[in-house]
Design a protein. Sequence first.
Length: 161
Amino acid sequence: MLVKELVVKLENKVGQLNRVVSILAEQGIDLKAVTCIKVSDEETKVKLITIEHDKAKNILDREKISYFENEVIIVDIEDKQGELSKILNILQKENINIDYVYTTFSYLKKRVLIVFDFDDPSRAIDVLKKNHISLVSHKEDDNFSEEEHDIKEYLATVITP
């Protein structure tokens, strides 16, 4: 159920995000979700999800770009008013804390992918599955179920028009 995310630490100044994104793009890495968060006046963290996770890591290593990996949960919902609120109500009722959240969507497919980082990801997965919330995962995960979407296939078809 967990999807790997790359978190790149950058100096908070003009051109740093473009430098990293351009390096990855030049090597054929297709970013499927990105968020950039100011940590301080000096530092920014960029969170990236791509289908080619290992290839992206190798490129960052080769370019000596500082990063770490994080595991997140991706939820798939219909692009409809109130859908996120339903999920947040379920999580609140179960007392599950969200560390951060960001989204990516496909206008043509009318789907939204919500990237969550939780204090207790295992518990969050159980609650989401119990409430029939669609998750995006890796097929090779031991607990992959028929109601889940494989991230490689799913992101290639849902996020890309």
